[in-house]
Structure formats: C-alpha cells, structure tokens
Design a protein around this ligand. Structure first.
Ligand code: UD1
Ligand code: MG
Length: 452
C-alpha cells in the first residue's frame, strides 16, 4: 500500500468573486471540458488520493457549497468572510484539518488544468526529506508578469517567495514563478499560518510568506516544476476559452493514444469524462458533452451532438444525430441523420435511420423504425413511455402516442397514429381507406389552365 496517498489533504481556494468574468455565476462554476472548474480540481485531488478535502468559498456562494459536496461527499466547505489573502483563506481550513499530520496541498479552484503527475511530483519533493516543511510548484512563464518570484539558493532549495508588488528590480528579473500550488507538512501548517503578517504591499496575509517562517524555524523549502499550460489560472472569459482549447488538445491526444481515430481532431470536442473505446471512429465536427461513453468500434459521423449517453460496441450514429441525456444505444444499432434520442434504450441491432424522435422509450433488438416516426411522449403535463418490441417494424411517418406498446414482431403501417397497444406479430394501421376520384386531377388542371 502506498502510504503517501493516505496521508494527503487538499485545500482548494475558491473565495474569489471573479469580477473579471462579468458573470452572475461564481468563477469556479464556469465549465472547462464540460465540467465546472471546481469539479475538475476536486476530481484531480481525489485521484491524487486526498482523503480530506476542504473548499474555501466566499460569502453568498452557497450553491458552490452544494456543488462541491455533491461532487465529493464528505468534502468540507468553509466560508472566508472577508478576503484577506491566500494565507488568511487557508486559516479557515484549519479546523477541518485538526490533528492532520500528513501533507496538505493548497490548490486554486480557478486553475483547472493541473495534471495528476505534476502534483504527485510536488508531493514527492516535499515528502522526500523530513526536514522539508514546504514545497512550491514553480513554472517559467513566457511572460512572468506579476507572478510571485521564487528565490532559490545555490542548491536549488527555496529561500523565499517574493510577491511582484514587494519585489525589487533584481528580484523581478527572476523568471521562475510561483504557480500558487503549495504543499505543506500538515503538523507545521498551523504555526506557519499563525506567523503570517500583513505588512506588505497588498496588506494581505500571503500564504507564500510561510516559506520564510519555515526557514526561520530551521526547516527547508523546495520546488517542483510545472509546464506553464497546466497552471493557467482563469480570470476572464478569454482565459476560459484559452483553457478550453488547451484541454481539448489534451483530451484529443489522449483519445487517440488510447486507440480512437479522430479524423479531424481539431473539430472533435470532448469532455473531461468522455470515455472512448478502441477503434472508435469520430468523423469531423462532432460535439461530445459530459457523461458520454462510446464503446469499441462504434462510429460517430459528422455533425452529431451527444451528452449523457452511451453508444454500444460497433454502433453507428449520425451524421446529424442528437443523443440527449439517457440515450442508450446498443451494440450494432444504427442511428441515422436527423434522429433525436432522449432517455431511451435502443437495443442491439435496431435501426432508426432518418428523421425521427424517440423519447422515453425502449426500442427492441433488430427493430426497424421508419423515417419520420415520432414517439408522442408528452401531453403538456407528464411524460409517458413507448415500448417497441424486438423485431417490430414501424412504418414511416407514424406517431406512437404514449403510453403505448408495440409488441414483438408487430408491424405498424406507414402514416399511422397508434393510440392503443399493438399485440405481438399483429399488423396495425389507422387508415380510413384511400379515397379516389377518377379523372379528377385532369379536370382540376384543365380548369386552372382555362382560368389563367
Ligand atoms: C498568488 C500568489 C503568487 C502567485 C499567483 C499565481 C500569494 C500571496 N501570491 O497571487 O505568488 O504567483 O497566485 O497565480 O499567494 N483567494 C481566496 N481568498 C483570499 C485571496 C485569494 O480564496 O483571500 C483565492 C482566489 O480566489 C484565487 C487564489 O486564491 O483563486 C489566488 O488569489 P489571487 O488574489 O489571485 O493571488 P495572486 O495575487 O494572483
Ligand atoms: Mg491571481
């Protein structure tokens, strides 16, 4: 058993209002890769093995609390009443960390691209030596701008983090910067935080000052390095878009490495939780929202949109198909153009090839659903279910008024409105008989021609 993973707590700072987003939604609830940023950070923390998780939110962010606790049951959420700096924020997490002596990692809720391996490296650096008190994740940005600068000694150990506003010209020349991610020996954290003062340029309690205090107490501080694109913090909509683009690139690459063919990767949009099997083929211009699983050898053709859906082995979807939440497409099934499936199970080998709505339904194995079939599932108040048996055949342009069952092997004649159950192996249609008036068309046309 890897003990280190059982000794980790994560504190996620998310109290910032995110004014620059110009949004009524708290910043950390904006989505990247189909998942709110906070959820992404929580998920990575859980994968890292964090047993204790504390999210620090600001006042009037109660639905962030609800979201955080739904994502990770047992996650503590604390409110930082006034924002007096990153050090102040972590102080609010201390009661939830009472008695914890493992590693405490501090992450930001608005930095959603961090990878597991990078955080593991930081944890390893801290835990490598009993004399270490703090480890900081550094990076070398193209433009060091106003990031805190990491001051190292000859051995590479960290001497101090100097905030840009407090740095002299020489320190500002340093290009190695603080990403904001820091790891602490949990038993030292309370005393390091207690030592923080706010006599600095911003009048804040800087978490970064823990480094100096640790050194003063005789401990050592270390650095690990991160690629710049993993520590991108989101403050505005354009940074949100930048993060999305970076994440999409990463997700596409991962999908291909795992054996999916993306014919035009730059036009394939995936979610953080998209699961693609081997030999899945995705044609150009496909959007895959949250909660989608596509099994081996399935094919998704152009201009299809999928969310919260499963596509079974060898099935074919699209072009121009829409799989809405609860669509469960069985192996070898075919969903063709302009077909919408919602909360419905389509079993093995069924064919729904054109222009159809299937909602709140079950479609049996090898059933064939003709063009223009509609399950009439809603009466304006409630939803009702349609069940189509194995091997049933629904003629084109039929309306199935739910609740209704078409039995196994039954045939529904084209253009029918089916309001009652159809027994297995029966033929049902609602035709009133075809009316024919001999020669009427010719007379009609003659009259029209005379009149003009
Ligand atoms: C911080 C670091 C800086 C680093 C930079 C990386 C400090 C003192 N400085 O600076 O060294 O280079 O991040 O982006 O830590 N937050 C709270 N409560 C607070 C203050 C902040 O929850 O009272 C949260 C914010 O929502 C944000 C994060 O902490 O997610 C960072 O805060 P921010 O004010 O952006 O810190 P910087 O000044 O950018
Ligand atoms: Mg910042």
């Amino acid at each position: 058993m890897d003990m280190s993973t059982h000794n980790l707590a994560v504190v996620i700072l998310a109290a910032g209002k995110g004014t620059r987003m110009r949004s009524s939604l708290p910043k950390v609830m904006h989505k990247v890769g189909g998942v709110p940023m906070l959820g992404a950070v929580q998920e990575t923390s859980a994968q890292l093995g964090a047993r204790t998780m504390v999210v620090v939110i600001g006042p009037e962010m109660e639905h962030v609390r609800a979201y955080a606790q739904k994502q990770q049951p047992g996650c503590a959420v604390v409110v930082q009443e006034t924002q007096q700096g990153t050090g102040d924020a972590v102080k609010y997490a201390l009661p939830a960390l009472e008695g914890f002596s493992g590693t405490v990692m501090v992450l930001y809720g608005d930095t959603p691209l961090l990878e597991l391996e990078t955080l593991k490296r930081l944890q390893d650096v801290l835990e490598a030596d009993a004399k270490n008190a703090v480890a900081v994740l550094g990076f070398t940005p193209e433009d060091p701008a106003e990031y805190g600068r990491l001051v190292q000694d000859d051995t590479g150990a960290l001497k101090a983090i100097v905030e840009y506003k407090d740095a002299d010209a020489a320190t500002r020349q340093i290009r190695f910067c603080n990403s904001g991610v820091m790891a602490f020996k949990g038993d030292l954290l309370p005393e390091l935080l207690a030592a923080l003062k706010n006599n600095n340029a911003k009048g804040e309690y800087y978490l970064t000052d823990c480094v100096e205090h640790a050194i003063a107490k005789g401990y050592r501080c270390q650095v690990a390095e991160s690629p710049e694109d993993e520590v991108l913090g989101i403050n505005s909509r354009d940074q949100l878009a930048e993060a999305e683009a970076l994440l999409q690139k990463r997700l596409r690459l991962r999908a291909m490495q795992n054996g999916a063919t993306l014919i035009s990767p730059e036009t394939t949009f995936l979610s953080r939780d998209t699961k693609l099997g081997r030999d899945v083929v995705i044609h150009p211009f496909v959007v895959i929202g949250a909660g989608v699983t596509i099994e081996d050898e399935a094919e998704i053709k152009s201009y299809s949109h999928l969310e919260n859906a499963r596509v079974g082995r060898g099935a074919s979807v699209g072009p121009f198909a829409r799989l809405r939440p609860g669509a469960d497409v069985g192996a070898e099934a075919k969903i063709g153009n302009f077909v919408e499936i919602k909360k419905a199970t389509v079993k093995r080998g069924a064919k729904i090839s054109h222009l159809t709505y299937i909602g709140d339904a079950e479609v049996g194995e090898e059933a064939n659903i003709g063009a223009g079939t509609v399950t009439c599932n809603y009466d304006g108040y409630q939803k009702y279910k349609t069940v189509i048996g194995n091997g049933a055949f629904i003629g084109s342009n039929s309306s199935l008024v739910a609740p209704v069952t078409v039995g196994e092997g039954a045939i529904v004649g084209a253009g029918s409105t089916i309001r009652r159950d159809v027994p297995p192996h029966a033929i049902a249609h609602d035709q009133k008989g075809q009316i024919e008036k001999p020669e009427a068309a010719r007379k009609f046309k003659e009259e029209k021609t005379k009149a003009s």
